[in-house]
Design a protein around this ligand. Structure first.
Ligand SMILES: Nc1ncnc2c1ncn2[C@@H]1O[C@H](COP(=O)(O)OP(=O)(O)O)[C@@H](O)[C@H]1O
Ligand SMILES: [Mg+2]
Length: 342
């Protein structure tokens, strides 16, 4: 907390509840005009210096949460704090603490990287000298120096994204919000951005809140994550902790058919080794006690019904299994936005 602030009035108790968290949100409700309940009592806290992922399918309420936390939208109910500052009562202080990279790019394509960064420096009132030093620093940092004087519209998707992040960092915020930073990027650009985000947290001690609908992205990057579905918190924890909470193994089988015999599910349910399973299309997925004993038993049932098997793997549970366990259905990868051939 900055020195000399006195905690007075209504905000004080809530501020104290927020503790030393970089981000604290509690009981957030957002009902949009027209009646859509985008958030329905959502809350979580993020420790300073960590990477936190809001993970959920499209329409879950991720962007709405980011807009509220970054003072761009007011919640219908609930409260939120950034580094102890109340987003509703102290929006100016909050804005000084945060950098925001929205789901849609804020880069001016007609302007160069240098021009984009300078403009942002002016917006934050940095002054010409500091802006120019900071611009050079950020261009170097994101390896954009060579492209610095080209219009941003000539950049690749990954370069544009990095410029977006650089713009969000001009005023040296303590908390960075990244709304779907890698959506639409190819795998190489995505891996590159993952490294950059990790470095921001490790080297610059930034607190990063990112939203994503990629399970693997949250798994890779996040110290902790909150799974959000229909505006509600489903589960919160470290990816490792969530996966470890699911004991046993996961068996995945690729079938040579999309239609399973009617009696097959009942028979699989009878197997002691199988806890839960789902079949969707030509994919079969089961939570089992021990992969090594369950797999032969499952295969033998499939063989009994003459269901062709293309491949079978045993692995430790993934976030897919965590999602399945808590939400009750398979994570839907089909409704993802354009530019995501999988
Ligand atoms: N400005 C808005 N007006 C009305 N409904 C909205 C608005 N923005 C988002 N929504 C709705 O709120 C829900 C959550 O949206 P959003 O927060 O964008 O989800 P996500 O970012 O997880 O995809 C969706 O049903 C969406 O259609
Ligand atoms: Mg969104």
């Amino acid at each position: 907390m900055t020195g000399g602030r006195t905690l007075l009035g209504q905000g004080a108790a809530a501020r104290q509840r927020a503790g030393g968290a970089a981000i604290a949100a509690d009981g957030l409700v957002k009902i949009y005009k027209g009646g859509v309940r985008a958030l329905d009592g959502f809350g979580f806290t993020v420790a300073a210096g960590s990477i936190f992922a809001l993970l959920g399918p499209n329409g879950a309420g991720k962007s709405t949460t980011v807009k509220i936390l970054t003072t761009l939208s007011r919640p219908t109910a609930g409260d939120a704090f950034i580094a102890g500052f109340d987003v509703l009562r102290e929006p100016g202080e909050v804005r000084r603490m945060i950098g925001v990279v929205g789901q849609r790019s804020g880069v001016d394509g007609a302007a160069t990287a240098v021009e984009n960064l300078r403009l942002q420096g002016r917006v934050h009132g940095l002054g010409a000298k500091r802006t120019s030093v900071r611009t050079a620093e950020l261009l170097e940092r994101f390896r954009l120096t060579d492209a610095a004087n080209r219009p941003a519209r000539t950049y690749s998707g990954g370069m544009r994204r990095k410029l977006d992040i650089a713009i969000g960092l001009v005023h040296r915020p303590r908390v960075l919000f990244l709304d779907e930073p890698t959506t639409g990027l190819d795998p190489e650009a995505r891996a590159d951005l993952w490294r950059e985000i990790q470095a921001l947290s490790e080297q610059d001690a930034l607190t990063v809140l990112l939203t994503t609908h990629y399970l693997e992205e949250a798994d890779r990057l996040a110290d902790r994550l909150a799974l959000i579905d229909r505006g509600r918190l489903v589960v919160e924890g470290a990816p490792e902790e969530l996966k470890a909470g699911l004991q046993g193994d996961t068996v995945q089988i690729e079938l040579g058919t999309e239609s399973l015999p009617e009696l097959l599910p009942a028979e699989l349910e009878q197997l002691d080794a199988v806890r839960t399973f789902t079949a969707a299309g030509d994919r079969f997925r089961a939570q089992v006690e021990h992969g090594a004993t369950a797999l032969p038993a499952i295969l033998s049932v499939l063989e009994g019904y003459r269901v062709p098997v293309v491949s079978a793997t045993v692995s430790r549970p993934s976030l897919d299994d965590v999602y399945l366990q808590y939400v009750g259905h398979v994570y839907d990868r089909s409704g993802l936005d354009e530019g995501e051939a999988r």
